[in-house]
Design a protein around this ligand. Structure first.
Ligand code: NAD
Length: 294
């Protein structure tokens, strides 16, 4: 069993770390929030003061941090993971961040002879708790081969997407589809209301027709057709509108930097930005239907 340093024990990181504990790994956790570290300790983990100490002791370091800024802080510099990890340590960043930062950090790790992967996830807090996440992994085949058995303890689907940064590329492309499709499905339900067409009837037809998609059949933005969707509990998140906006901004930055025309992605970023500004940042992203309804 591995000694795993786990940095970032928030909504996602804590249940992921708990899955590793359940699988018999030793988990040494770090978080700027003492309360988060206490929760790991209560689950049988060990609390460590700094990322530097955790990195120096670990066989594997996993990070689950809010954004590229924190990832740079924690990996780079003299107190960072890369400077303090022992040769042969495997580094796995599961945060959703920009492709540029991901590739820059991986390149620093490589210079020090460390194996590094970007492995952002899909599946949310529910998937983290059930250990059924999807991991989209970027990095060398050698690093992927070493990481696979550890990722399997936290997820069900693990896909090697190519070299460094390709996991992040997959994540932001996927979430651009999700943001656009949630708006499209929501607009269709609001139009149906105006036309006197029942929600359930539109669902019964579209879920079996060419309008079928995950936003319709698994995460339906109106209450009723899919009992597990957040629409049935006042759009309590789930995946917050703020997180969706963050991912849409990442895909827009990537589109700009790569000269890619993504007009619907840009519209989705603008619409989610307005929704978040309306005071709904912590609401589930499917609550966008209420904003569209006006
Ligand atoms: P969160 O804010 O709940 O957790 C982040 C944790 O990192 C917090 O506990 C925070 O205290 C800690 N932290 C911040 N800076 C730190 C530092 N310098 N050193 C140590 N700890 C630090 O966020 P989350 O919901 O767990 O999301 C984490 C990542 O996963 C994000 O990149 C997010 O985009 C991605 N993600 C989230 C979801 C979701 O549904 N929540 C789904 C998929 C992907």
């Amino acid at each position: 069993m591995a000694r795993i340093g786990f940095i970032g024990l928030g909504n996602m990181g804590l249940p992921m770390a708990q899955s590793l504990l359940k699988a018999g790994h030793q988990v040494e956790g770090v978080d700027v929030s003492a309360a988060a570290v206490d929760k790991l300790k209560a689950a049988g983990g060990v609390g460590v003061e700094t990322a530097k100490t955790a990195a120096a002791r670990a066989d594997v370091v996993i990070t689950m941090l809010p954004s590229g800024k924190e990832v740079r802080e924690v990996y780079l510099g003299s107190s960072g993971i890369i400077e303090n990890a022992n040769a042969g340590t495997l580094l796995i960043d599961c945060s959703t961040i920009d492709v540029e930062t991901s590739r820059a950090v991986a390149s620093e790790a490589e210079k020090k002879g460390l194996l590094m992967l970007d492995a952002p996830v899909s599946g949310g807090v529910g998937g983290a708790t059930a250990a059924s996440l999807t991991f989209m992994v970027g990095g060398s085949a050698q690093a992927f081969a070493r990481a696979e058995s550890i990722l399997q303890k936290m997820g069900k689907t693990i896909v090697h997407a190519g070299g460094a940064g390709n996991g992040q590329a997959a994540k932001i492309c996927n979430n651009m589809i999700l943001g656009v499709s949630m708006i499209a499905v929501s607009e269709a339900f609001v139009l149906a209301e105006k036309l006197g067409l029942d929600h359930q009837k539109l669902f019964d037809i579209s879920s079996k027709s060419s309008g079928q998609c995950w936003s319709m059949t698994s995460y339906c933005p109106v209450p009723g057709p899919v009992p597990t969707s957040p629409a049935n509990r006042e759009y309590q998140a789930g995946f917050t509108a703020a997180m969706m906006l963050k991912d849409l901004k990442l895909s827009q930055d990537a589109a700009k930097n790569s000269g890619t025309k993504t007009e619907l992605g840009a519209d989705a970023a603008r619409i989610y930005s307005q929704y978040v500004a309306s005071g709904e940042a912590s609401r589930d992203f499917s609550g966008i239907i209420r904003f569209i309804r006006g």
